[in-house]
Design a protein around this ligand. Structure first.
Ligand code: ADP
Length: 447
């Protein structure tokens, strides 16, 4: 834009100014020639008559004023009687004698030169011609001054533009360097680098995206660290018990057989818990890594029925009633085993965290696009502040109760990850009369 303005200033505006001066000078010369023609009137043109008339007029601004008769012979000449070197003088005088008006204006060496050839008419007959020529160095100086000013302004603008471009480039470089430094620090595993965001341009957008990315990486890293710590803790506890129990057996030389049996049984339980936890961890790892997927169309009604069949004896131990309300054609596209563990976990929890003589209501419905499974119990319920955390790995509301019931704190995170993987979701709600309702949603599979 700056270049375009500079080119325009140096060409268009200067040319326009020069052309305006040209036309005003031509107009003035022709008007003056016209005034002389009128002043000459109808009288016959003689040398004395013409000089007498012209001496009464003010033609001082013209370098040459020449009047010729109809043969082209000079009757009057100011500015020296010599014929000027003006372009094609004789040719133009001849044209003026034939009745044509001729004028020109040019600019060279800082001077405007303007000329006008006008015929002198009497009863539609040409009796002579007038030639006026002006050489104006004053206006020429004005135009040359204007030209100089424009060139000076051009230099100034070019220098200022270069300084501005250098400043902008430096600022951009600094911002890009900051982004590159951030990327390098992330590559080295350092996620705390934050880019200072300034402005609202693409680089600011990139910086904001980068900061979001590192924030997410930090969160993921924290989750991973917590998970490793939790997992080690979960595995360490049963291992420590096993170690303690086996040490006790080994250190007492004559232990009662019954007590030894009890200790060995406990060791067995702990080992079982260990294997359950590792199995669930492996299941979660499989869900995270997307491997081993054998998806097919599965009717969730059958999955619910099979899970209920397996858990019925456990529910009966504490007098828990399970009521079913299952719609037909609740097809979803997923792995049979994965769906089974979702449904099994939800119903198992509804049994585990229920009270004696409680109820479990299982409802399965579908809309045009989704299958909805609700498992509601009349159990101990979940405090509001824990509701949003229960899908996290190893999260338990009541650690002691969960552990006593053989829980690992991984069941609901497996449920959550499985549903997410098949395009579904889950939410937990407190029931008005006490207890909890889990509502799982999955996309309906169209046959
Ligand atoms: P756990 O193996 O401990 O049952 P889960 O991931 O299945 O682990 O559940 C996480 C926690 O959520 C449980 O420890 C329990 O405190 C709570 N919870 C899950 N289901 C229910 C329920 N139906 N009623 C009350 N609390 C529940």
């Amino acid at each position: 834009m700056v270049s375009v303005v500079l080119v325009l200033m140096n060409t268009y505006f200067i040319t326009q100014a020069r052309d305006m001066i040209f036309s005003s000078k031509i107009r003035a010369a022709r008007t003056q020639a016209g005034v002389i023609e009128i002043a000459l009137g109808d009288d016959a043109l003689t040398t004395s008559y013409v000089s007498q008339i012209i001496s009464r007029l003010d033609v001082s601004q013209y370098t040459n004023v020449i009047v010729v008769d109809n043969y082209g012979r000079q009757l009057f000449g100011s500015g020296g009687t010599s014929i000027p070197e003006a372009v094609d003088y004789h040719e133009n005088v001849a044209l003026a004698l034939s009745g044509y008006d001729i004028s020109y204006s040019s600019f060279s060496n800082g001077t405007f030169e303007t000329g006008a050839y006008v015929p002198v008419m009497h009863d539609s007959v040409t009796t002579g011609a007038i030639f006026l020529m002006e050489q104006d160095a004053e206006q020429g100086a004005v135009l040359a001054g204007l030209q100089n000013t424009v060139i000076r302004v051009t230099y100034l603008v070019v220098v200022l533009s270069l300084i501005l471009i250098a400043l902008i480039t430096l600022t951009l470089m600094r911002r890009v360097t900051s982004i590159i430094r951030g990327i390098e620090s992330v590559r080295e595993g350092e996620y705390t680098y934050e880019i200072r965001v300034t402005g609202n341009d693409e680089l600011a957008l990139l910086s904001r995206e980068f900061n979001d990315l590192t924030r997410k990486l930090r969160e993921t890293e924290n989750v991973r660290r917590r998970f490793v710590a939790d997992a080690s803790h979960e595995l360490k506890t049963p291992l420590a018990s096993i170690r303690l129990l086996s040490d006790s057996i080994l250190s007492s030389s004559n232990m009662d057989v019954h007590l030894a049996r009890e200790f060995v049984t406990d060791i067995g339980h702990e080992a079982e818990r260990l294997s359950r936890t590792t199995e669930k961890l492996m299941k979660l790892a499989r869900l995270d890594s997307d491997i081993d997927d054998r998806s097919k169309a599965v009717d969730l009604k059958n999955t619910v029925k099979s899970a209920v069949r397996m858990l019925m004896p456990v529910a009966a131990e504490t007098d828990i009633t399970i009521s079913l309300n299952l719609a037909d054609d609740c097809l979803v596209f997923a792995s049979d085993d994965a769906l089974h563990s979702v449904v099994y976990n939800l119903i198992e929890n509804a049994v585990k965290y229920n009270t004696e003589g409680g109820r479990i209501d299982i409802t399965l419905t579908h809309t045009d696009s989704t299958v909805v499974l609700s498992v509601a119990d009349t159990g101990i319920g979940i405090p509001v502040e824990d509701l949003e955390n229960i899908f996290q790995r190893f999260y338990r509301v009541d650690k002691a109760r969960s552990r006593a019931a053989g829980g690992s704190g991984l069941g609901l995170s497996i449920v959550y990850s499985t549903l997410l993987r098949y395009g579904g979701s889950i939410e937990a709600k407190r029931r008005p009369g006490g207890g909890t309702e889990f509502v799982a949603t999955l996309p309906l599979y169209e046959k």
